[in-house]
Design a protein around this ligand. Structure first.
Ligand SMILES: [Cu+2]
Length: 234
């Protein structure tokens, strides 16, 4: 009969290594993770930047680069920059006016009556004074924390109707914006089946999510919009 105290030091260390490996495995849900590259094209087959790709895996895992809990959106030369930001639910977004004249920050979520302000379903707005040369810009921090308020929040300005932007409050940790080349790279997506969908400001009708399988080799997927978004100036 083996007495546990008779284990040799090396056997004991080995057992501990296995235990540690198992613990790490449990923490990561044991699922292997793979990379997924999603290309978003417009109706004419051209790459679309500033689209948001949302992947929902069936397995458990930890996202390598989840949407941040903080972001900065600048008002500059009559634009919201960046025009699209992806953040996590509960993120604090700092809006800063770098123009010499006043702007509003108006938040609404079309179709879903979602707002960044828990007190109002219609949305909210605030006014930021213009920047004086040599002084810091006026800014305000808004928290995207309305329960269930995920999706695209529309940004606007009452004074300048041409100004628009979006803050996409992500539901899934695997939510990434496409770069100038129309590609969004998602890392550490748990292997197995997943759904992928695309959001773009110009795509008014929601596209049906696509089902795919993420494996050990990098997967590629193309999602196509039904529209040709206007190119942003600048
Ligand atoms: Cu304005």
């Amino acid at each position: 009969m083996t007495n546990p105290t008779n284990l040799t030091p090396s056997a004991f260390t080995g057992a501990r290594r296995v235990a540690t490996a198992l613990a790490i495995g449990v923490l990561t849900g044991l699922a292997q993770a793979g990379a997924l590259e999603v290309l978003v094209l417009d109706k004419e087959g051209k790459p679309v930047p500033d689209a948001v790709v949302i992947v929902v895996p069936s397995g458990l895992g930890v996202a390598k680069n989840p949407p941040p809990m903080a972001a900065v959106v600048n008002q500059e030369k009559m634009q919201f920059l960046p025009p699209v930001s992806v953040v996590a639910l509960g993120a604090k977004v700092r809006f800063s006016n770098n123009d010499a004249w006043d702007h509003h920050v108006r938040l609404t979520a079309p179709g879903t009556a979602v707002s960044a302000n828990p007190a109002s379903a219609e949305g909210m707005s605030l006014r930021l004074e213009g920047k004086t040369a040599g002084k810091p810009a006026y800014s305000a921090v808004l928290t995207m924390d309305k329960p269930g308020a995920t999706g695209a929040v529309l940004l606007g300005c009452f004074i300048h109707g041409s100004m628009s932007g979006h803050v996409y409050v992500a539901d899934s940790p695997w939510t990434v914006k496409t770069e100038a080349n129309g590609i969004a790279v998602l890392e550490d997506v748990p292997e197995g089946s997943a759904t992928a969908k695309v959001w773009h400001a110009a795509q008014v009708v929601d596209k049906t999510p696509q089902t795919l399988v993420v494996g050990s080799t990098p997967a590629k997927l193309t999602l196509q919009l039904d529209v040709v978004p206007k190119r942003r100036r600048g």
